[in-house]
Design a protein around this ligand. Structure first.
Ligand code: ADP
Ligand code: MG
Length: 209
């Protein structure tokens, strides 16, 4: 992993999220306040503009820079949560000359843990964590077992999709959707959809290179 790859991931994730605009929009309109896609798009746009500044940085510095930028530009609940993911990810890989798959998996898990701490949330609360926690666990196992990239990406994508879909039948206990009680049942959590789309985009990028 280097900063050129991070910049490519930003472009790929942005493209994929733009292509999912109507899905993400309608989910946050159904059980949120309708701003989630706007928040996410603003984050993608500032990161795209930041890309030339990220390129010369080490991966950990680039991740910290991304976190700080997201903290100051994305609103809503998701802004500080996604920012804390990148800040923790950067911290976890700080000082490493190269970031191999196992250390990336550890850093990803540290990022997810930072979201859980900041959001005071865990599994089963109908949030982005229902995608991120299972993916973090799986990614650590697959990298520990040195599973080949193609198979790893296929399994990670399936797990992200599964985590996103199970939020449909949940009652939310965190975020705006918890005010809806049982009326949130039947709708996928928008943040989990965003994370699934982003994870799929990164996996597709990695397997297409
Ligand atoms: P807001 O809810 O403030 O309008 P967004 O619409 O940008 O913010 O983001 C909503 C998403 O944030 C939700 O779909 C959910 O996935 C995620 N979320 C909300 N609260 C939490 C929390 N406490 N922990 C983890 N994720 C959360
Ligand atoms: Mg919202």
């Amino acid at each position: 992993m280097n900063s050129a790859l991070i910049v490519d991931c930003i472009a790929a994730v942005r493209q994929a999220l733009l292509a999912s605009e109507s899905d993400i929009e309608s989910l946050d309109r159904a059980i949120g306040d309708g701003d989630h896609f706007i928040n996410v798009k603003r984050g993608c746009d500032v990161l795209l503009a930041l890309s030339p500044e990220l390129l010369p940085l080490t991966p950990d510095a680039a991740c910290r820079q991304i976190g700080m930028k997201l903290m100051s530009t994305i609103g809503g609940a998701s802004g500080p949560l996604l920012a804390s993911f990148f800040l923790a990810l950067g911290k976890s890989i700080a000082g490493a000359a190269t970031v191999d798959a196992e250390s990336f998996a550890r850093a990803f898990a540290a990022g997810v843990e930072a979201i859980a701490q900041r959001g005071k949330a865990g599994l089963g609360e109908k949030t982005m964590l229902d995608v991120l926690i299972p993916v973090a666990v799986l990614l650590q196992r697959l990298t520990r077992e040195h599973v080949a990239l193609e198979s790893l990406c296929r399994q990670v994508k399936a797990e992200a999709e599964r985590g996103m879909l199970v939020t449909r039948d949940m009652i939310a206990t965190k975020g705006r959707a918890h005010f809806l009680g049982e009326r949130a049942i039947g709708h996928i959590d928008p943040g989990s959809k965003t994370c699934q789309v982003a994870i799929h985009a990164v996996c597709d990028l990695l397997t297409s290179r």
